[in-house]
Design a protein around this ligand. Structure first.
Ligand SMILES: Cc1cc2nc3c(=O)[nH]c(=O)nc-3n(C[C@H](O)[C@H](O)[C@H](O)COP(=O)(O)O)c2cc1C
Length: 187
């Protein structure tokens, strides 16, 4: 990883939710992580992209894809919410990563990411979380390691205001985001 932050600039975080819906628990989880990180410029990535299609790419990057690529290039870290659909990574997240992997020059190699997962099931989307980690590793993204941050039965864990109510998970998130900040500001 190449540290790029000095203490005079705000770190730039690009959030990527693998769920497109407004009321998404993964969006809430990302918001919790961003709050825990503290001062930052936060860009909410829009993963509502066309499906990857080589013919489309040949005609020129779709504007929404180019925007995400530019945002990823500007960002110091990616904060990824990876829900689980049928024991795997969701289509919007995989599709976004596929598009980003086509950026020239490479935008993902040596980038830094935190992965978080919330799901309705008992495992908190563990399989999708692993899927996402595996894909990012192949793309040489530096995932900030640690105990997997998994919110099981997410419908029971967030309040009306969208904040996480679970102190154990909040502690895990605070620790991960503190480590992310330390990594980004390391000289
Ligand atoms: C197509 C589909 C497949 C799903 N498969 C799983 C699954 O394999 N494991 C799981 O824990 N939850 C599964 N769920 C439930 C999701 O965890 C739940 O909808 C969750 O709220 C999705 O994240 P979001 O709140 O960020 O949209 C599935 C939901 C959908 C729509």
């Amino acid at each position: 990883m190449i540290p790029r932050i000095d203490f005079m600039t705000k770190p730039v975080l690009l959030t990527m939710s693998g769920s497109l819906r407004k009321g998404s628990y993964n969006r809430m989880l990302i918001a919790e992580a961003v709050r825990a990180f503290g001062e930052a410029e936060v860009i909410e990535g829009d993963l509502n992209l066309p499906l990857y299609d080589g013919d489309l790419e040949e005609r020129g990057m779709p504007a929404s894809v180019q925007t995400l690529m530019d945002q990823a290039r500007r960002a110091d870290a990616l904060i990824i919410g990876s829900p689980e659909y049928n024991k795997g990574i969701t289509a919007p997240l995989k599709n976004a990563i596929d598009w980003l992997s086509r950026a020239k020059p490479n935008v993902l190699a040596n980038h830094t990411a935190v992965i978080l997962s919330a799901s309705a099931g008992r495992t908190g989307g563990e399989t999708a979380h692993f899927n996402t980690h595996q894909i990012l590793t192949q793309l040489q993204v530096n995932v900030v390691h640690g105990p997997l941050i998994l919110v099981a039965a997410a419908h029971n864990e967030f309040g009306e205001d969208g904040a996480l109510n679970n102190d154990f998970l909040k502690g895990q998130i605070a620790d991960r985001m503190e480590r992310l900040r330390a990594l980004l500001t390391a000289s």
